[in-house]
Design a binder for this molecule. Sequence first.
Ligand code: THU
Length: 121
Amino acid sequence: MAAETAKNSYSPYSRIKVGAAILAENGEIIVGTNVENSSYGLSMCAERVAVFTAVSRGITKFRKIAVILENKQGIMPCGACRQVLREFNNDIMVITRDNKGDIVRFHLADLLPHSFTLKGD
Ligand code: THU
């Protein structure tokens, strides 16, 4: 679903087409893609679109997120997206591809150690 969603990416400036699919505890999968803007700084990552869409639907408990580039090259979630994911699950599983194109999995706690939170978890 992440790969399929990457096809909808609006990224005329970077031409980096990213798709994200987040699996909620209730079994639902919510997708997102990156959306760029002529004013570059307004661009939004695929992962945050997926998380914010889920939260807008009342879903805040997540198990895993897949982040995939349309061209099947490797990608890692940016720091901002790691922090946004951390808000809801400080050890969510992140599934992506490495630079060889192989599927790889990470624990968020390894990608964002010693993270900031006001939640006490
Ligand atoms: N991008 C994402 O969608 N997720 C990331 O974790 C890293 C970067 C997007 C944002 C922008 O549209 C393009 O990739 C290049 O930075």
